[in-house]
Design a protein around this ligand. Structure first.
Ligand SMILES: C[S@@+](CC[C@H](N)C(=O)[O-])C[C@H]1O[C@@H](n2cnc3c(N)ncnc32)[C@H](O)[C@@H]1O
Length: 349
């Protein structure tokens, strides 16, 4: 059994499968991805060589997949009395940096997590007895993914090209002084789209930000608490404490009409609107030179979500190509996104 195992948000298996199939198609392979029982994960069958090639695709290119793993085996009908034996037998005796036991982030997967925790030391012992080396600094990570207590998928990931979090779920602290839970979306987006160096360069004190659809101020807080100057555009009310403590100007205006007096470093947008309108707005801000970079959220419709994501991406690309603006564009369905994807767009030097 070879191919890719992809973790995704429960309910987004179709989008994740479509995305995986499209990457396989770029390699000239027509294959059909299948959602695993219980949801939240997708298997893309591929010949060995193609599986290696696709597993090496830069992880940032995956939009709907939270994690991308190279499948190395599958075991079913695990006996209750000895689950470790068949799994240990199926793992190639090589060197791995770590062992992660995982399950999907879904209703079906949740009850399996305590089982994974309890089972891990027994499996580790059985693997070591089978001459599997764990803790090797250069080896891949070994994942054992359970869809139920009788069925496990065995897979690997390269730590430099995969999500660094078990289940692909970032463990970020909720800052209690932030005025809304939406703040977590931007916190995660910053983590996903900007490396440490970019964060130091682009999130430094004194830079200017326009936040469209800012109220009550969770996104604004992420910038303001780092010392950036924020213009918060929203007809709704901003959090009083945030306004009193930080350098934030509230403008009560329509986010589609508002224009900055002079170019700003960032425009971020979390307005609840048709995604294509947001995509056009973001592209316009960059094409006109009103901002250098943007993080924006696209609320996807109930139906044809994958098509809508592709349409929005194409809208941005077309506008910027016509304007001859060099740019970098990325999307990710973040853990903190619901029926949404988050985009990052920057004007290249
Ligand atoms: C999801 S909330 C934003 C939450 C905010 N990012 C936070 O972290 O607290 C969406 C906001 O967009 C605002 N909004 C929707 N359409 C707008 C428009 N055309 N112009 C300005 N604001 C708009 C709403 O008033 C609402 O406050």
């Amino acid at each position: 059994m070879s191919g890719l195992l992809l973790y995704c948000r429960g309910g987004f298996e179709t989008e994740c499968a479509r995305e995986a199939e499209s990457y396989a198609f770029e390699l000239g392979i027509d294959t059909e991805a299948e959602a695993l029982p219980g949801g939240g994960a997708v298997f893309l069958p591929l010949p060995e060589e193609a599986a290696d090639e696709l597993a090496a695709l830069p992880f940032f290119r995956w939009v709907f997949a939270r994690q991308c793993l190279r499948v190395i085996g599958h075991v079913g009908n695990l006996p209750e009395r000895d689950r470790t034996g068949p799994i240990a037998l199926a793992v190639p005796p090589a060197a791995y940096c770590e062992l992660w036991l995982e399950a999907a982030d879904t209703e079906a997967g949740k009850p399996l997590l305590p089982f994974c925790r309890k089972f891990a030391p027994y499996l580790e012992k059985a693997l070591i007895e089978r001459k599997v080396k764990l803790g090797s600094p250069r080896g891949p990570r070994l994942h054992v993914f359970f869809t139920d207590k009788q069925t496990a998928w065995l897979a690997t990931s390269e730590p430099g090209n995969a999500s660094p979090w078990p289940q692909g779920i970032p463990r970020l602290r909720f800052p209690h002084e932030a005025p809304s839970r939406s703040t977590m979306k931007l916190a995660e987006a910053i983590h996903v789209f900007l490396d440490q160096q970019d964060q130091q360069r682009y999130l430094k004190q004194g830079l200017r930000v326009v936040d469209l659809g800012a109220a009550p101020g969770g996104w604004t807080w992420q910038f303001a608490s780092r010392g950036l100057k924020v213009t918060a555009v929203d007809n709704g009310r901003m959090d009083k404490k945030l306004m009193a403590e930080y350098d934030v100007t509230h403008v009560q205006d329509d986010g589609f009409r508002y224009r900055p007096v002079k170019p700003v470093d960032w425009m971020v947008c979390d307005m609840v609107e048709q995604p294509a309108r947001i995509a056009q707005l973001v592209a316009k801000w960059l094409a006109e030179g009103w901002c250098r970079r943007s993080i924006f959220n696209l609320k996807l419709p109930m139906k044809k979500r994958y098509e809508e994501y592709l349409r929005c991406k194409a809208l941005i690309q077309d506008t910027l190509r016509k304007a001859k603006v060099p740019y970098r564009l990325r999307f990710k369905q973040l853990y903190h996104d619901r029926e949404e994807v988050t985009g990052y767009l920057e004007r290249r030097e």
